[in-house]
Write a protein that binds this ligand. Sequence first.
Ligand SMILES: [Zn+2]
Length: 312
Amino acid sequence: MSLSGYPHFTLAEAAPGVYAALAGDTGACIGNAAIIDLGDRTLVFDTFQTVVAAADLRRAALALTGRSAALSVISHWHSDHTGGAQVFDDAPILATARTCELIAGEDPGDLDAYTAEIDAWLDRMRLLRDTAKTGHQRARAENNLKVAGLLKDEAPGFRFTVPAPLDGDGMTFEGSERTVEVVSYGGGHTESDLFAHVPDADLVVAGDLLWVRNHPRVDDGDPVAWAEILERIDGLGVRSVIPGHGGIGGKADLDYLAGYLRTMADLVDDALTAGLDTEALGAIPAPGGSEDWDGTARFYGSLTSLTGLGSG
Ligand SMILES: [Zn+2]
């Protein structure tokens, strides 16, 4: 059983039979995914951005567990977690009812419209690359250009895939060797986020509710509600967490991000009270301890969006 041979992601066994598929830098994956062996069936958590990465994830599930996915779950609507879903559509793909609606709302309708969306993204990112004022902006543009280029290449075979709704806010899947609870505590990172709890391993697969050493994207979310969700997850007695972005983390990462998000909420309130403009926002330092994290542009993007100073 090999963990190597997958160019777009790194596989790591976070607990016996629980594998993190951690996004690499080829552009095919942005967020992470996971594979959970329940003993007599296999659950896949999130499906990457691209079909090529999702096909590798399917291959990895088969190699590691001897089975393809009996079930896939989607943590939230962002395309870096759902884009490859078509690869798993021979079995149920589930998400919260609200996430299903949000994904359905992204349906480009047809291939021409989808290709036009990608072309528009490529144009925006070429412009950003060519006019970038900072190395961070240029790096973000170049990374997005890799992703968009891959999506354009595979567009002719792309099938927009909407998950089916879970029953209520959570479902329990019992396998022959373990039980996995798929749970939503509501919305924090987006309007609706779900995670998988693997009680026998004291492990959570968090989707984008946890980012490790990466500034989180908060522009579609609510930092205080998000912090409260992290505190509830912490209350489950978790030892390890597979995050949506970054490497495998643990309780300290949950605690830290909850504090970071509360700090962000305070910064937003203070900025609104002081009537700061975009330039002044850009001078606010990131929360202490996150200075060397990846994705500083996301910190400022989140501040700009939450204060209503962004152009959208
Ligand atoms: Zn996300």
